[in-house]
Design a protein around this ligand. Sequence first.
Ligand SMILES: Cc1cc2nc3c(=O)[nH]c(=O)nc-3n(C[C@H](O)[C@H](O)[C@H](O)COP(=O)(O)OP(=O)(O)OC[C@H]3O[C@@H](n4cnc5c(N)ncnc54)[C@H](O)[C@@H]3O)c2cc1C
Length: 372
Amino acid sequence: MNDEGYLRPVVLHKLQRSENARIEALCPGARVEHGPNAVPRDPLWGPLVRSRTGAATDGAVRRQGSSGGVISALAIFLLESKKVDFVAQIAASTSDPLANELQLSYSAEDVLRAAGSRYGPSAPLRQMRELLGSGKRFAFVGKPCDVAALRRYMQTDPAISQQIPYLLSFICAGVPSLEGTHKVIEKLGADRTQLASFRYRGDGWPGMARAVQQDGQVFEMDYSTSWGTILNRHLQFRCKICPDGTGEFADVTCADAWYGKDGYPDFAERDGRSMVLSRSEAGEALVREAVAAGAITVEDLGVGEIAKMQPYQAERKKMVLGRVMATRLALGFAPRYRRLGLWRSSLMVSPLAWLKNAGGTYRRIHRSLKTT
Ligand SMILES: Cc1cc2nc3c(=O)[nH]c(=O)nc-3n(C[C@H](O)[C@H](O)[C@H](O)COP(=O)(O)OP(=O)(O)OC[C@H]3O[C@@H](n4cnc5c(N)ncnc54)[C@H](O)[C@@H]3O)c2cc1C
């Protein structure tokens, strides 16, 4: 964890040229690209076999989940149908309520403990070598960037694909720093050194951020305030030039299927509803089997409806090519993106708006270079 509250890799020894080449080939910070044979891709929403809304059938899973609890319901279904031995996913650390750590879930109870979004840094791939060394079959849940990295790694060795038959992800606006979480707790008026537990949302949709102190005092804040006025101001720069906020490399991606008016989501409390995007044939088969087994309920969702529920994601995909070009111009380097539909998505906005947005990125980078 660096001073700004972001997780960063630490180089332990001088890297060989071959190690550097491997990192550059696999790390989504350096490169994000689809293979030439991915399923048909929508320029805004990536590979789509089918788009739906849905929710966990079990009321407790639906309530504890971030949106409709579909990721958790799929994870429980995978465990109970013995398609995997465990699910590798992020949960609150058992020793520090503000930290995120990898949890290996073997039961519905474990999965429920991990349900809900944790809007802070996470590194679920950190123990991947050990997990692969276990020889067990498992499903993986991670941010779009975690899943993109793992998908590329799997392409280097087919045995890994067999060991990890399902990659699940969620739509992601970006990772806020731990500093963002500290600011939420400060605004709540809680003492962050005395916390018994902390969650960002869940127990309803969208649910409240909730800090419980060891002395039993409870502090709560609604989602519009926690995400909309604090956490979204602490996103790391890489997330602002991310071409894959929607988990294009997963088998199934879930998101908030917000209700709204005039193209803007409203965050009134309701029964949870997820957006469920099947991105591969394996993902589509999983969704169908989970429906047949009664684990989730779903309804079809037209592709044109997605932008109304996720306007921020649509906007970023249209602007990201300009932003990454501006980054390269300002810094001399930037991640490489290929076959992500970025030229097509750029044509969906006016050239003036696109140029202004790219110019804003360029100016912000220059300003921050001057102050560091
Ligand atoms: C940083 C972040 C940004 C997000 N941005 C958006 C957005 O812009 N739009 C949107 O619709 N949804 C966003 N989400 C996702 C959304 O909040 C829900 O996770 C999604 O709707 C799935 O809901 P669910 O009820 O199916 O998931 P649940 O059943 O609650 O399962 C959530 C799963 O996510 C995993 N998880 C939680 N936090 C992390 C983390 N930090 N790193 C890795 N894995 C984690 C948990 O282990 C769990 O398996 C974001 C989530 C995160 C963590």
